[in-house]
Ligand binder design. Structure first.
Ligand SMILES: [Zn+2]
Ligand SMILES: [Zn+2]
Length: 235
């Protein structure tokens, strides 16, 4: 007999204290991947498309964490599949939302086009941002470690990528570097070219991507970025 409902993948630890807790295989096909970073305080990278917040919360609790009250959410860019859950996290747990200043206005206005809410046939409510990134590189010091947030425009003007080094392993969170690059998102190919070069130079060991999951060697990470550089004709 076929199961009534397709089994969903479980959240898991990618590297010590770094987990995937949401995404198309785990919570909802419409979600960008959601990552949980334990620095003693919790950092969440992206928030899903909004329909699966309860599942994301349950996954975080299943991993043994109960302190979402003090969490911060880093939004990699202003698209609904990454920000949709953010207002619920903020309202329910008081989570602090961070995004680059160039991607903040669509979130604050609830702009249906720039947030891509229209693409997903939904609406995004105007949502306040607690912390805006202004510089090319913002370093957050958390529990004695550093999380670096790089401004990597291209897909959107205010896209960011974050990385940290833990146990000698460099872990990079770079969502939607595959694009698309389209005018209605304010995409820019020259910016994207520079940003992806910068990401290649990081020489990361693990890439936690936005829709396709996790790439786990320097070579896999490079090959992944290179494949899109070739796709967009800059390599
Ligand atoms: Zn996305
Ligand atoms: Zn996007």
């Amino acid at each position: 007999m076929k199961p009534l409902q397709q089994a969903q993948a479980s959240p898991f630890e990618i590297h010590r204290g770094i987990y995937i807790v949401g995404g198309p295989e785990i919570t909802d096909g419409r979600d960008g991947c959601v990552y949980l970073l334990n620095f003693r305080e919790l950092i969440v990278v992206d928030s899903g498309a909004g329909w699966s917040v309860d599942k994301i919360v349950k996954n975080i609790q299943r991993l043994g964490f109960n302190c979402l009250q003090s969490s911060r959410i880093i939004l990699t860019h202003c698209h609904i599949d990454h920000i949709g859950g953010a207002p619920l996290f903020r309202n329910r747990f008081g989570s602090q939302l961070s995004i680059h200043e160039l991607d903040a206005p669509p979130v604050e206005r609830g702009d249906p086009q720039r947030t891509a809410a229209l693409w997903y046939q939904t609406a995004f409510p105007p949502t306040p941002i607690d912390l805006k990134f202004h510089s090319p590189e913002e370093i957050l010091t958390l529990g004695g470690e550093k999380l670096t947030c790089l401004h990597t425009p291209g897909h959107t003007p205010g896209s960011i990528s974050a990385f940290l080094d833990r146990d000698g392993v460099r872990i990079l969170f770079a969502q939607d570097l595959h694009g698309p690059l389209v005018e209605e998102f304010g995409s820019n190919l020259d910016d994207w070219d520079r940003s992806t070069q910068k990401l290649m130079e990081l020489d990361a060991d693990i890439l936690c991507e936005g829709h396709f999951g996790i790439y786990k060697s320097k070579k896999e990470v490079k090959d992944y970025i290179l494949s899109y550089r070739r796709h967009y004709g800059v390599e």
